[in-house]
Write a protein that binds this ligand. Sequence first.
Ligand SMILES: Nc1nc2c(c(=O)[nH]1)N[C@H]1C(S)=C(S)[C@@H](COP(=O)(O)OP(=O)(O)OC[C@H]3O[C@@H](n4cnc5c(=O)[nH]c(N)nc54)[C@H](O)[C@@H]3O)O[C@H]1N2
Ligand SMILES: Nc1nc2c(c(=O)[nH]1)N[C@H]1C(S)=C(S)[C@@H](COP(=O)(O)OP(=O)(O)OC[C@H]3O[C@@H](n4cnc5c(=O)[nH]c(N)nc54)[C@H](O)[C@@H]3O)O[C@H]1N2
Ligand SMILES: [Mo]
Length: 758
Amino acid sequence: MEQYGEDEHLRVGSAPEHAAGVPAVVRSLRMLHDQVGVARGTRALLRINQKHGFDCPGCAWPEGSTHRKVAEFCENGVKAVAEEATERRITEDFWNEHPVSDLRERSGYWLGQQGRLTQPVYKPPGSDHYAPIGWDDALDLVAAELRRLDNPDRAVFYTSGRTSNEAAYLFQLFVRAYGTNNLPDCSNMCHESSGSALTETIGVGKGTVSLEDIGMADLILVVGQNPGTNHPRMLTALAAAKRSGTSIVTINPLREAGMVRFKDPQRIDGVLGKGTELSDQYLQIRINGDLALFQALGRRLLDADAAAPGSVLDHDFITTSCAGFAAYAEHVRRIDDDMVRAAAGLQDAEIDELADRLMRSDRVIVCWAMGLTQHKNAVATIREIVNVLLLLGSIGRPGAGVCPVRGHSNVQGDRTMGIWDKPPPELLDGLRREFGFEPPTHDGCDVVESIRAMRDGKVDVLMAMGGNFVAATPDTAVTEDAVARCRLTVSVSTKLNRSHAVVGSASLILPTLGRTERDEQAGGPQAVTVEDSMSSVHLSQGRLAPASETLLSEVSIVCRLARRVLTDGPVLPWAEFERDYRTIRESIGRVVPGCAGYADKVEQDGGYVLANGPRDSRTFTTPDGKAHFTVNQLEVVDVPPGRLLLATIRSHDQYNTTIYGLDDHYRGIRSGRRVVFVHADDITALGFVDGQVVDLVSEWADGERRASGFRLVAYATPRGCAAAYFPETNVLVPLDSTADVSGTPTSKSIVIRLEAAR
Ligand SMILES: Nc1nc2c(c(=O)[nH]1)N[C@H]1C(S)=C(S)[C@@H](COP(=O)(O)OP(=O)(O)OC[C@H]3O[C@@H](n4cnc5c(=O)[nH]c(N)nc54)[C@H](O)[C@@H]3O)O[C@H]1N2
Ligand SMILES: Nc1nc2c(c(=O)[nH]1)N[C@H]1C(S)=C(S)[C@@H](COP(=O)(O)OP(=O)(O)OC[C@H]3O[C@@H](n4cnc5c(=O)[nH]c(N)nc54)[C@H](O)[C@@H]3O)O[C@H]1N2
Ligand SMILES: [Mo]
């Protein structure tokens, strides 16, 4: 396969000891001007995250409601905008020159570089070519295929996290009116573990802190997250907190430059000076050691309070607002120190120091991302974070709480709008009331269950609202075969990706407007709404000329498809919805739990913040109204001798499966992606040398999987740990290796061995 042939120029240098916003933004601007041109590029940048502008398609970190800076974006946002606002176009000739079999051999980087999709194209069964097709014919085709299914559960409807609230709301409405809850989404692979753990323990599956809280905390733990690359604007907030006296502790197997020192592009001392030293303590924990660490911290807090009662624990809060304390305390008092050492790989003194910091802090925030959510025990690990915060009463108070940092810019909103394979009953009640049809009540398939169903011949149609299903999901070989068993695959997309090359017997690509673009409907120019990581909802209005006259918005595509599919089902106001998106928001206000008055409230300046019981009033919407301590068994992933535990991670120049470029600046990698980071002593002990090219072989109960040709890079990480980029390594993640409860693929703990490249 020529797929990853770009790596011949790979260079490995030393990783910098800090993240610097200015050079990073300059590098991205170069990318923007290459793709977009100076005038259109500048116009786009001035509209990112501004009032009356568009929400940055980069990440879900909030913008801050009051003091928006002129340039409220980061290098990540610039790249995301360049990717979408590019002036490159895929035109009719492209499809003649590149049969599907050719697209399959291309890298994700190459596919993305071809530019924006401009017209619907169809690949009929038996053909190796896509050819242009009109919108009506395309949508008729999908409708015919959906209408012939004898069981709606034979169709699966995937959503990625850039879809607006309006499109997401209509998509789930259409899918449920059609008769299935098969609504898997990227969240299943992302923060599902956070949602599961938080709903169970505090009653709401979202974070409980605001941007203001970040500045008020005494102590912030950043666990399993690399904001320097994935949420650069978070570094600005952390640096500001740091300057006002907040302590910051990083818990991460890799020494990530962004968490060491940060030069803020928005400040003069960040441009000229040394920047801000961010982490007061940096714990290079072993992969998957976090559950053990938080149990060990819990025990130290209990012991210290037992020695001086009332000095550490918030007894009032625990007694009046929490359940399950006694069982939890009993359990962590008996944890085995040797197991903690084996799992976390930390010195006792390091854990003692962090415990002291917790005891000295009145307000504690814990932030986390994929380093915690993609393990077998991910849900249990996040429950342990909640346990520690409950002990301290550090939840539902200013400057304190849980902060799962979301990825895709609207992944949290999509879930609020009902993109959920296991819908809450209140949402279904709302749909029943508003539209008078009986929605399906049985659970649908999440991502992994959908792949199993496709593999087992139980799915005929896969429709994706954005994203890159075959590349983002685990077990690439299994998934690609599974998808190929569908009769029809349909992608609503802005850019070409691997999911357009690995398809069912028939395949349609439906090109859509991106968030930066003007959306004109019969009722005038339309805005959409999005929700950020801190539950703030606001309007977003695209300003750039669309990439092509032919593009339809996601809302239009759903409305026009629904009208064709539901001809004998419930009569719903699709034409009105398409004409004026405010009518969608009015319906959201009547249907979606917690969104009363939505249409008016989002029109307020800066939008509004959705209610959140723990944050607003320290109320917990669990069945008994209490916050719950939980008891979690400490299990350590069994890594046999000679094997490593692999985490699959992101580089600085990628957005999930979208590869912007081949550098990972903050880790010293240039012009290539097939690298594996391993401790120098492990490289030697395993009989290899730094720089050697190896295969990664994952070992799992059902057999071995191989990813070939990775350059070994000696790196500062604990013994026994390894890291390499996704999606190249997704082939190593077994489909059935998932997190307990949440079902998230265990993309951060794969047992591998290294073999000299064949
Ligand atoms: N530029 C850019 N921005 C992005 C994205 C992108 O791809 N590119 N993706 C977006 C999306 S959808 C998401 S979900 C977020 C992802 O944001 P992150 O979660 O920051 O992304 P990852 O690269 O997966 O990084 C996980 C971090 O966890 C660490 N880690 C791995 N295993 C463990 C462990 O067992 N314990 C601990 N404590 N740490 C561990 C890794 O070393 C790494 O620093 O970013 C969003 N923003
Ligand atoms: N091994 C491993 N696998 C992982 C992860 C990991 O850490 N390790 N992380 C997981 C995580 S956290 C996530 S969120 C998933 C991501 O999974 P996805 O969300 O499915 O993947 P993306 O790469 O973000 O999707 C990119 C594509 O979305 C389309 N797109 C972009 N903007 C728009 C838009 O506005 N509208 C529409 N309709 N389409 C658009 C473009 O065609 C682009 O090619 O991957 C998961 N997979
Ligand atoms: Mo994500």
